[in-house]
Design a protein around this ligand. Structure first.
Ligand code: C2E
Ligand code: MG
Ligand code: MG
Length: 767
């Protein structure tokens, strides 16, 4: 009932009602009070009460138990005998006092009272002093779910499930019956919770008020339940407001993150972010959350300690009845241990337990990926199956434990051989597999095969026993031998089968052509590796002249390989030497031998140097040792490099050339005009000479374009302050043309072929 409704009803009553606050000031003064006591409402409201203090400050009900009249003073000073009842108002501050004349109420008054009671939304009952229901209003019947009339004559206590709570106070007890949370089992089986207040009202009568608090009781108990769940939950619960500021968090949140509620309250949950997810991740998360109302997934967050941990999280949007977002709730659990075992399981499932290498499953997986990439970028993939020869015998001779150790050692050796992107797997038993993706040329796999064979066959010591193994290798290449993982495995298996048939230490490609090439290459590399020690390398010298062809300026050293009766030109072996790394020892020999001749003849000698040599970290030292050993002045040594030095953007190579130039060594750009180096790149090199490539000289007389290039090279060289030499000059006409262009020097068959030192010597003018 609203205060206004109450005031209206009170005004119709024949009883004066006066309300007081805790300080005794008047808060309520109905019409009957105006009539009875003489003060109007404006005169008394908010003012100290004109009533005696016992009535205006009733902390406990003051009841007219004996109906003994009390004397009160009216405004005009006259005294009046009245009967009063005061009581604190349940749920409100202060108290209310009813004042009436002892004369019996008129019938009209009684009817008014009844009407008021009947329409009151609260249950109102009139009880006898023993607690028998004498009257009950409609609301009481409605509340208890029974006919209003059936209540009359029943003991009040019988309406409650626990009747003792509604027992009437005895004579020595305070005259008041107050019980909160009285449970009532209604006739229809539902349960009701009531707050009950009953006070003596008139002679031998009590009035009782019943208020339905079921809804709030239910909310309260539900809240209490939620609170217990919130506190006891093993999952962290975090609630933020509509602006995503943290409102509350449970103890599990603190346990997982290390933050207390006090530390995070009012802050954005961003303080937990690990930095492992990018902006797009969070943007997508928020999009899903706004669209679906929830998001679930794995998330990396950071604890207060700084440690990053994985969590399984559910975010939920909480909206009010109008659909406005009021809160966000996050529930998450720490899945560090789950993740760890997940990783362990997947590792175990994909790796071989003996060697720790990937197993067949993982290899197949990577092979499929590699094949997909190769299809996209046009590179080749090599699959090598490596089978240890006669491993059973090895195993038997050294014992089972050593056998395991041997397999582990082989695995480690193979691992060391490969690049990051390659995979070594153990297929089971004594069989390993190598996956080499991203090969620009399928033939590059030949080198890997040779390295594998060398690695496996190098002696190893297992438990202080020397073991020497060999392996058979089968190789298949994608795309030519197959483009699916299964096809490639089948091809490699077939290749391995024929390798095994060929005896220990053999290898086979799936295709004949590559088999042949690989074999040739291997024997070439083997032979070349012995060329230096067997003294099979020769140097030929080709003279270089001034443009008139009359004055000898120096010579270019050109390597040859004496193979029995055959003298091999560099075109047949320099590339292989380069690829196999043998160029290092060949090149060092050439440098030493060239320096020795140059010192002997006191003539400038040009030596060809490949990029691969320049890439050696100690190349400057190698040159230095050659100069020292022959006591040659550095200015008599010229190194010929090609445009690839600048084209490959190899800073270290350029730096090494500068150091050599600083020593006094001269640097020439060989075969100039065939590459694509730009003027700006050329300027980075410490050059002293440009060599016009033979191709332009050959066509000098027939091709206008070539002549233009040759002419441009001469001009360019001079612009850079360099000497320009033309190579491959075979005809006098070419020489004349070059002379007209301003070319400084010439080299070519017209003036002399590359020859052995004894035949070169006569060209050197006697001093
Ligand atoms: P390059 O440095 O351009 O050497 C010049 C090549 O042209 C030599 O071939 C030479 O014999 C040939 N030549 C010279 N004048 C004429 C001519 O008038 N007409 C024709 N048709 N050819 C002429 P060679 O000796 O076969 O050497 C080939 C290449 O091998 C050299 O080209 C050089 O790049 C490389 N090379 C030679 N010796 C070495 C070496 O010791 N180390 C390295 N890394 N490379 C070398
Ligand atoms: Mg050269
Ligand atoms: Mg050349």
């Amino acid at each position: 009932m609203s205060v206004r409704q109450l005031g209206f009803l009170l005004d119709t009553l024949p009883i004066a009602f006066v309300g007081h606050d805790d300080e005794g000031r008047v808060t309520l003064w109905n019409d009957a009070a105006e009539r009875l006591l003489g003060w109007t409402r404006p005169q008394v409201l908010g003012q100290p009460s004109p009533l005696p203090q016992t009535l205006s400050r009733a902390q406990v009900p003051v009841m007219p138990a004996a109906l003994r009249p009390t004397e009160v003073k009216r405004r005009d000073g006259t005294a009046l005998d009245v009967i009063t009842a005061s009581m604190p108002i349940p749920g409100h501050e202060g108290s209310a006092t009813a004042i009436w004349r002892p004369e019996a109420l008129t019938l009209e008054d009684e009817l008014k009272l009844r009407a008021m009671c009947d329409h009151a939304p609260e249950g109102i009952v009139v009880l006898s002093g023993e607690g028998v229901i004498l009257e009950a209003n409609r609301a009481t019947g409605r509340l208890l779910g029974v006919e209003q009339a059936s209540l009359i004559g029943r003991p009040f206590a019988s309406i409650a499930a626990d009747g003792a709570r509604l027992r009437m106070p005895g004579p020595s007890e305070p005259a008041r019956l107050s019980a909160e949370g009285v449970v009532v089992n209604r006739a229809d089986g539902t349960t009701l919770v009531l707050d009950v207040l009953a006070t003596p009202f008139a002679s031998q009568r009590w009035v009782g008020f019943l208020r339905d608090v079921t809804a709030s009781a239910r909310t309260r108990s539900q809240l209490a339940l939620y609170g217990r769940i919130f506190d006891a939950s093993a999952e962290a619960i975090l609630i933020t407001d509509a602006d995503n500021r943290i409102v509350t968090a449970n103890p599990a949140f603190s346990a997982i993150t290390g933050y207390t509620l006090g530390e995070v309250k009012g802050r954005n949950p961003r303080l937990l972010s690990s930095g492992r997810h990018d902006r797009q991740f969070y943007e997508r998360l928020w999009q899903t959350l706004q669209r679906d109302g929830h998001w679930q997934g794995e998330l990396w967050n950071r604890r207060k300690s700084g440690a990053v941990f994985p969590e399984w999280a559910t975010f939920t949007v909480i909206r009010d009845e109008y659909g406005n977002i009021t809160n966000y709730a996050a529930v998450f659990s720490d899945i560090t241990s789950v993740k760890r075992s997940e990783e362990q399981i997947s590792f175990l499932a994909q790796h071989d337990h003996l060697t720790g290498l990937p197993n067949r499953t993982l290899l197949l997986d990577r092979l499929s990926q590699a094949l997909a990439v190769s299809e996209r970028d046009g590179t080749s993939v090599a699959l090598l199956l490596v089978d240890l020869d006669d491993f059973k015998t090895v195993n038997g001779s050294v014992g089972h434990h050593q056998g395991d150790e041997t397999l582990r050692a082989v695995g480690e050796r193979l691992m060391r051989l490969l690049r990051q992107s390659d995979t070594v797997a153990r297929m089971g038993g004594d069989e390993f597999a190598l996956l080499i993706p991203g090969l620009a040329d399928a033939r590059d796999s030949i080198q890997v095969v040779q390295k594998v064979l060398a690695t496996v066959s190098a002696p190893m010591s297992i438990d202080e026993q020397e073991v020497t193994l060999s392996a058979s290798v089968g190789v298949a290449l994608a795309p030519q031998d197959g483009t699916s993982a299964t096809a490639l495995f089948r091809a490699a298996d077939a290749a391995l089968y024929s390798a095994r048939a060929a005896g220990r230490g053999a290898w086979r490609y799936f295709t004949d052509e590559l088999n042949l090439r690989a074999k040739e290459r291997l024997s070439l590399v083997t032979a070349l590796s012995h060329a230096v020690e067997r003294n099979e390398l020769r140097l030929h010298f080709q003279p270089q002249w001034d443009i008139t062809g009359r004055r000898l300026l120096g010579a270019e050293a050109l390597v040859r390989w004496q193979r029995g009766d055959d003298l091999w030109a560099p075109g047949r072996f320099v590339q292989t030497a380069d690829e196999s790394g043998l160029i290092t020892s060949v090149g060092a020999w050439v440098l030493h031998e060239s320096c020795r001749q140059a010192a002997r003849w006191q003539l400038p000698i040009a030596v060809n140097v490949s990029v691969r040599q320049l890439e050696e970290a100690d190349f400057v030292e190698i040159v230095g040792r050659a100069l020292e050993a022959s006591a040659l002045s550095p200015s008599l040594l010229e190194l010929e490099v090609t445009e690839s030095v600048v084209m490959e953007q190899n800073e270290a190579c350029v730096a090494r050339l500068r150091r050599l130039r600083d020593l006094g060594v001269r640097i020439a750009m060989d075969d100039f005009g065939t590459g694509y180096s730009s003027l700006s790149q050329l300027k980075r090199l410490p050059l002293t000479r440009l060599k016009v490539d033979r191709a332009f000289v050959t066509e000098l007389m027939t091709d206008a374009a070539d002549r233009a290039v040759a002419e441009a090279v001469v001009t360019l060289g001079h612009a850079l302050g360099l000497q320009v030499i033309a190579e491959g000059v075979e005809q006098e006409a070419q020489r004349v043309a070059l002379e007209r262009m301003g070319c400084d020097e010439v080299q070519g068959f017209l003036f002399g072929r590359p020859v052995e030192p004894t035949r070169f010597e006569p060209l050197i003018p006697k001093k």
